[in-house]
Ligand binder design. Structure first.
Ligand SMILES: [Ca+2]
Length: 169
């Protein structure tokens, strides 16, 4: 049985909300990444770009898979030693980052640069998700959110480039 993209999108959006991430939170990361490069960029434009990324099936699949693993780790339901690795967000694990990469390149390779940068700086919601004192596990979610923001930023960068090219003609 193949699920409809719309069904997956609804579930993915619901899970993001349940885990404390809003579309505006992600749009603010996009703003952070692109405001320097795109003149007069508004939060509305960033929200629109995040919504466009959230229509993609590979993005839904990644959200569903990653958040499921975070929830299982929170419930202490994974097999050892994976349980400890995910619950503690162990630095050498790396599969959380690899899973999120499936989102990053949806709009071209500059997504990759944005992803690396935002993961290093951890602005806004990413800082909150990385706060271990909450008792929640966001080992997968933080990379997924960074990747969605990076993809949405690349999408804007590409459409801005098209506008610039058009003006030169
Ligand atoms: Ca992580």
């Amino acid at each position: 049985m193949v699920f409809e993209t719309k069904t997956l999108e609804e579930k993915a959006r619901q899970l993001l909300g349940d885990r404390g991430v809003s579309i505006v939170d992600i749009a603010e990361l996009v703003m952070f990444l692109q405001t320097e490069y795109i003149p007069h960029l508004t939060l509305e434009t960033c929200i629109e770009s995040v919504n466009a990324v959230l229509t993609k099936r590979e993005v839904h699949n990644t959200i569903l898979t990653g958040i499921q693993l975070d929830i299982l780790a929170e419930e202490d339901s994974l097999l050892q030693p994976l349980q400890s690795i995910v619950a503690k967000d162990e630095g050498l694990y790396g599969i959380d980052e690899i899973l999120a990469l499936s989102i990053v390149n949806v709009y071209g390779s500059i997504g990759f640069t944005n992803y690396g940068y935002i993961d290093k700086v951890k602005p806004g919601i990413l800082k909150k998700l990385n706060d271990k004192s909450s008792g929640r596990v966001h080992t997968f979610l933080d990379d997924i959110i960074g990747a969605i923001a990076a993809a949405a930023a690349s999408r804007l960068a590409h459409s801005n480039q098209n506008v610039l090219d058009e003006e030169k003609k």
